[in-house]
Design a protein around this ligand. Structure first.
Ligand SMILES: Nc1nc2c(c(=O)[nH]1)N[C@H]1C(S)=C(S)[C@@H](COP(=O)(O)OP(=O)(O)OC[C@H]3O[C@@H](n4cnc5c(=O)[nH]c(N)nc54)[C@H](O)[C@@H]3O)O[C@H]1N2
Ligand SMILES: Nc1nc2c(c(=O)[nH]1)N[C@H]1C(S)=C(S)[C@@H](COP(=O)(O)OP(=O)(O)OC[C@H]3O[C@@H](n4cnc5c(=O)[nH]c(N)nc54)[C@H](O)[C@@H]3O)O[C@H]1N2
Ligand code: SF4
Ligand SMILES: [Mo]
Length: 718
């Protein structure tokens, strides 16, 4: 694993970058405890040497002076460094106390995006949050990919059964609302997307992109088609309408409900979809028939078609399109990954609407509620009101709709704990902050993202550098919190002692003592390839388990292994979409979309000067025709929604559809200790100060960021 190089003490270690879903293989040169350089690992079977500029920021993260190394406690409004023993005990005692006073649901959890990228947060954080016994579970999923999971459960019987585009063999890729050249791919682990897209074209294939903005990915597509935000479901259903009308359909025996599908798509004629979406009817017909006639084709959609009012319908229609054209389960179409760790055994299948949120009645999915309900659940009095919070690896004040309201709500909590290595807009509300080690200081196996690979691989990466003295890993923090919480929650006296000795509770605490490496070894051993940890550790660039395999029926987890094309859960959503189709929004309204850039990462990583280098990227993009109509020029302006207003810098571009403006999220830092924003280096406002917690995907309750109605007013330049 570790090769000694000529210079004594300098070694090269193969590992993985886990900042995004591409999980690229890296070669890290280390001298002593210091990271000297980070390069792509050409021997990684998935990433083949690719890395993006974010990889070098892994070293900056380790060395950042603002990174927390010791636990913090807020005493009379001031932060004080305390010992781990004191911090763990106080955190556990505080959570147990609120539960004892107000019931289990009064303690809420928010799990942020990097939880899925941290092995220890997955193996130990999730079981710890279960110990809290609360229904108030919120996850970044509901400002992100919730519709994917809902549709996977409804069609295939498990939330994690996600067909992946067979990128390395397809000859026809149709992308809705994703920008993999900036994001490096999502819900699709496919590093080096630029090269992979070029390779499709080199083998004579075609890449088509449907997006309200001509993005970085459009440069890699044969055709880019502008669309009005929030209207994709109608276009996709119109494509199916055309295919069912004009092409013979032969479906495998496990698929049921073609007639229901026919009647569901009936109203979605290309003409109706055109009036709604502004995609020409002839283009919709052409896209549909080209997709149906291609040798093998894959339709893929991501954030743009998830975080909108019809997000679940979009993902349903994408699946239905792949299914009716015979592309689900065939090489070059879309196929299920066969990961070395079978997640369908570890995670629940995910059910929609088993419970409803207390205040607004939003549906749960699996064990979580939509995070758009979090602020009101904290501020609305009554039984089950949230009085304490645990946040892990998240900054929901910047990343969830109406962050301003959440910011205020968190202020009013009785108690809060944050597991995070930064003081940010969210963790500043905590009473205790417990900082874990950073990415290269700990072991990593990507349980989630290997399960979404466009190729089957397994890779375990031991820590590259030692953890700083006194630091703890995510898993160690949850192990210790578990033991302390168990003690405090059971209470004092002989009754407490009896409660402490209950077998289930003891088992939960005992399980947290098993290090992640042992758990992964076990999971690999019982997984479909029966891999040994020895073999995996002996292949530090990753074990290649081959391309995706065709076949669907044996993978289904639905009752009777039947794939019902039109689940009844979609009914109200379809009604809403039909209503929208009949009454398209009036002409002159502006709507908002977001965007990502290769050199940012959600609400963090902004302290790496090397990463955020280059021109400012926080601008509000606006079409010159809109700017002229509104009397706005490049420079300061006020962006307003139902929820609030923020100051923005307008930049005009013809790369965005008229009537739509774009502002990225993750900006607008207000806390000292995150330089981006507090210094003038990278200014900008938080778009989530104006996104609307009442605008949700009708079916799932996912945040509908895209298509938020806004106005823009000129401001005098100062
Ligand atoms: N560099 C970098 N990489 C990242 C991240 C990051 O912050 N920075 N974040 C990571 C995370 S957490 C995620 S979830 C992924 C997201 O990965 P992607 O989904 O690939 O990334 P986005 O840039 O959000 O792309 C969404 C696209 O949808 C378009 N869009 C918006 N509204 C609509 C609509 O109504 N219809 C259509 N058709 N398109 C629409 C936008 O213009 C945008 O181009 O990226 C991950 N990778
Ligand atoms: N308007 C709008 N809002 C959006 C989006 C959008 O496109 N538009 N995108 C949404 C999406 S897709 C997502 S995923 C969310 C992301 O939003 P959040 O879930 O809030 O996550 P991040 O912004 O990535 O914040 C990550 C935090 O985790 C900490 N962290 C990093 N690594 C670790 C670790 O290993 N362990 C621990 N304990 N902490 C760690 C960082 O210091 C940081 O504070 O934002 C969403 N919000
Ligand atoms: S694309 Fe960049 S951030 Fe993502 S895993 Fe690869 S190197 Fe890391
Ligand atoms: Mo995300």
């Amino acid at each position: 694993m570790k090769q000694l190089s000529a210079a004594a003490g300098v070694r090269t270690v193969r590992s993985a970058c886990n900042l995004c879903e591409a999980i690229c293989g890296i070669e890290v040169t280390v001298a002593g405890d210091e990271i000297r350089s980070i390069r792509g690992d050409a021997a990684d079977p998935l990433s083949r040497g690719h890395v993006c500029p974010k990889s070098v920021a892994l070293a900056d993260l380790r060395n950042d002076p603002d990174r927390l190394r010791r636990p913090l406690r807020k005493v009379d409004g001031e932060w004080v460094e305390i010992s781990w023993a004191e911090a763990i005990d106080a955190a556990a005692a505080g959570l147990a106390m609120v539960r004892a006073r107000n019931g289990a649901d009064s303690v809420a959890v928010y799990l942020g995006n990097p939880v899925s990228h941290s092995l220890g947060a997955m193996t130990h954080g999730l079981p710890f949050t279960e110990m809290l016994g609360t229904h108030n579970h919120f996850v970044a999923t509901s400002v992100d990919q919730l519709p994917h999971h809902v549709i996977s459960t409804l069609l295939y019987g498990h939330q994690i059964l996600l067909p992946e585009p067979d990128l390395d063999r397809t000859r026809h890729l149709l992308i809705f609302g994703a920008n993999p050249r900036a994001s490096n791919g999502s819900m699709m682990t496919a590093p080096d997307m630029g090269r992979r897209l070029r390779e499709i074209q080199e083998r004579g294939g075609r890449v088509t992109l449907v997006d309200p903005r001509r993005t970085e990915t459009a440069d890699y597509a044969d055709e880019h088609i502008f669309i009005r935000p929030g209207t994709d479901a109608a276009v996709l259903l119109a494509m199916i309408h055309v295919i069912l009308r004009d092409r013979p359909i032969q479906l495998p025996s496990y698929v049921e409900g073609v007639d229901q599908l026919k009647s569901a798509v009936e109203p979605f004629t290309p003409e109706a979809a055109c009036a709604f979406s502004s995609v020409p009817a002839a283009t919709i017909e052409r896209l549909a028939l080209a997709f149906a006639d291609a040798d093998a084709a894959a339709c893929y959609g991501r954030m743009g078609v998830s975080t909108q009012r019809h997000g679940t319908l979009c993902h349903w229609a994408i699946q239905a399109l792949n299914i009716v054209t015979g592309n689900l389960g065939r090489a070059g179409g879309t196929m299920f990954t066969d990961p070395a760790v079978d997640l369908t055994r570890l995670l629940g299948r995910g059910g929609l609407g088993k419970r409803h949120s207390r205040v607004r009645g939003l549906p749960s999915f699996g064990n979580e509620f939509p995070v758009a309900a979090l602020a009101e659940e904290i501020t609305t009095p009554g039984t089950g009101q949230i009085r304490a919070m645990l946040t892990v690896a998240g900054n929901p004040v910047l990343s969830t709709p109406d962050g301003t309201a959440l910011d205020k709500a968190l202020e009013g909590l009785d108690f809060m704990v944050a597991v995070d290595f930064y003081l940010n807009e969210t963790t500043r509300h905590a009473d205790i902050i417990l900082p874990p080690t950073t990415q290269l200081e700990r072991d990593q196996y990507d349980l989630i993202f290997r399960a979404f690979g466009v190729r089957n691989t397994a890779k375990y990466s031991p820590a590259v550098v030692p953890k700083p003295v006194g630091a703890r890993h995510d898993w160690e923090i949850f192990r210790d919190l578990g033991a302390a919480y168990h003690r405090h929650n059971a209470g004092l006296g002989w009754r407490g002692l009896l409660r402490r000795l209950q077998p289930a509770a003891l088992a939960a605490v005992g399980r947290l003592r098993v290090p992640p490496r042992h758990l992964v070894a076990l999971l690999l051993r019982i997984g479909p390839y029966r891999l040994s940890m020895r073999k995996v550790l002996g292949t530090p660039s990753g074990v290649d388990l081959g391309p995706l395999q065709p076949g669907v029926e044996h993978r289904l987890r639905t009752p009777g292994r039947v794939l019902r094309l039109v689940p009844e859960e979609l009914g109200t959503g379809l009604d809403e979409l039909r209503k929208d189709l009949a009454a398209p929004a009036a002409g002159h309204n502006l709507t908002l979309i977001g965007r990502r850039h290769l050199r940012t990462n959600n609400s963090w990583m902004h302290n790496s000067a090397r990463l955020v280098a280059g021109p400012d990227r926080h601008h509000l993009l606006m079409h010159p025709v809109d700017a002229a109509r509104l009397g706005v020029s490049n420079g300061p302006a006020l962006l307003r929604s139902r929820v609030g207003a923020v100051r923005v810098d307008v930049q005009q571009t013809t790369d965005i559809i008229e009537g739509t403006v774009s502002l990225p999220h993750g900006y607008g830092h207000t806390v000292d200790g995150i330089r981006m924003g507090t210094a003038s280096q990278v200014p900008g406002a938080s778009v989530n100060d104006i996104t609307d917690p009442q605008r949700l995907d009708t079916i799932s309750g996912n945040a509908a960021f895209s298509g938020t109605p806004v106005t823009v007013e000129p401001l005098p330049s100062s």
